[in-house]
Design a protein around this ligand. Structure first.
Ligand SMILES: Cc1ncc(COP(=O)(O)O)c(C=O)c1O
Length: 403
């Protein structure tokens, strides 16, 4: 405990402890924090559906029908017809045979990856992989993938971010082993897109299984919102398609879609599915409603893309580094941690919420402000953000501490 006290005081003294802002309103383009209206540029609610009137209506009806909780785990008393309906819709939406869901996306990855790698149980000899097998993981993959890999006890080899040549050299090196390649579809801190077409091609050549985490792409990328594989022209060719309902879909929870037998297996092997309460039925009903809205709003992705491009171009024209962002996630790379925190504070003082992201979420000296654009942001809101960034940029240029 003494160690914790010391560590905490050091972190706080350096001004690095996160300053968590409390929302007093629904998550929308404008929110209330500290009793003041603030523009929201830090939410994952990319399509603006988390507070959509039709979803709220469906959610209220679902509460009236099912109450607020399922009262059990999926394999005992916690499977309701609305869970099955949600999974059927997620499978259809992502063009796979079946899907399963867990309460969080984090839990999906930490249950799914070990289930793919490990023995089902000590006495039952079913194994997709063994401990000698290898997971090839992009170096910028999300923490939940990293933890899932750790729990699997497999040998984990990271390859350089989005670098298919490096991936290839590692596939060659481990040619004789069974391999799983795992990557984020859209990278949550950089906003760039995995080259899934090339990854799938390599996987086929070197006989590896593929898994994508499409948390930031589902509903957002691809012609019908199917995600990164659809965007890259390899829809249905990724073996294990993981995603979340907590971001573009504006709800909560995580899912895996894939072939019928894969999902049938995971229903008994994915520990976060087997040993955790099923998601509240109101969320399942909301997911079904959201998927319906997305299907009937073919322009929603173009709208989001246009707004993200407008803001990204504006930042680049002012000379700010937005890394390789190609999506609604747009970083403003600053580098220095303290400076990044100061920028985030200045943005907030100017009525803008956009978080400072730093180590361990991103590598050291790569601290950044991360802007998340929503399809519902207005041009006026985007212009306001651009103008505040410009003012802050000028101010820092003159600031002797950072020259
Ligand atoms: C790529 C990625 N995967 C998984 C998760 C976890 O999802 P959830 O927030 O639904 O637990 C996140 C969360 O931010 C993420 O960015």
């Amino acid at each position: 405990m003494e160690k914790i006290t010391k560590l905490l005081s050091q972190i706080k003294q350096r001004g690095l402890y996160p300053d968590v802002k409390v929302l007093q309103s629904a998550c929308d383009t404008e929110v209330i924090i500290n009793d003041k209206k603030v523009l929201m540029f830090g939410s994952y609610n990319y399509l603006g559906l988390a507070n959509h009137p039709k979803i709220k209506e469906c959610a209220i009806k679902a509460i009236e029908k099912y109450g607020v909780a399922s009262g059990g785990v999926r394999l005992i008393s916690g499977t309701m017809d609305i869970h099955q309906m949600m999974e059927k819709e997620l499978a259809l939406f992502t063009h796979y045979e079946d899907a399963l869901t867990t309460g969080t996306g984090f839990g999906t990855n930490t249950g799914l990856i070990p289930a793919i790698i490990n023995l089902l149980g000590s006495k039952v000899k079913i194994s997709l992989f063994t401990k000698d097998d290898v997971i090839l993981s992009d170096e910028l993959n999300h923490a939940s993938i990293i933890d899932g890999c750790r729990l699997s006890k497999a040998k984990v080899i990271t390859y350089s971010h989005n670098d298919v040549d490096d991936l290839k050299s590692k596939l060659v090196k481990y040619k004789k082993r069974r391999k799983l390649i795992v990557t984020d579809g859209v990278f949550s801190m950089d906003g760039d897109i995995a080259p899934l077409d090339k990854i799938v091609e390599l996987a086929q050549r070197y006989k590896a299984l593929t898994m994508v985490d499409d948390a930031h792409a589902i509903g957002v990328l691809g012609k019908t919102g199917g995600g990164t594989a659809q965007y890259c022209g390899v829809e249905g060719k990724v073996d294990i398609n993981m995603g979340t309902m907590s971001k573009g879909l504006g709800c909560a929870g995580g899912f895996v879609s894939g072939g019928k037998e894969l999902i049938e297996y995971l229903r008994i092997a994915c520990r976060s599915y087997v040993f955790s309460d099923s998601m509240p039925p109101v969320i399942a009903a909301s997911v079904v409603a959201v998927l319906g809205i997305i299907k009937n709003s073919p322009d929603i992705r173009d709208t989001l893309d246009q707004k993200a491009t407008y803001f990204r171009n504006g930042m680049q024209e002012m000379g700010f580094d937005t890394l390789n962002s190609a999506t609604q996630i747009i970083p403003w790379l600053i580098g220095d941690e303290k400076k990044t925190i100061e920028v985030s504070k200045l943005l907030f003082e100017n009525g803008i919420f956009a978080p400072a992201v730093r180590w361990p979420a991103v590598p050291k000296k790569m601290a950044r402000i991360r802007f998340n654009i929503m399809a519902t942001h207005t041009r006026i809101q985007l212009n306001r953000l651009l103008s505040v960034c410009e003012q802050i940029g000028k101010r820092f240029k003159r600031d002797k501490r950072y020259v």
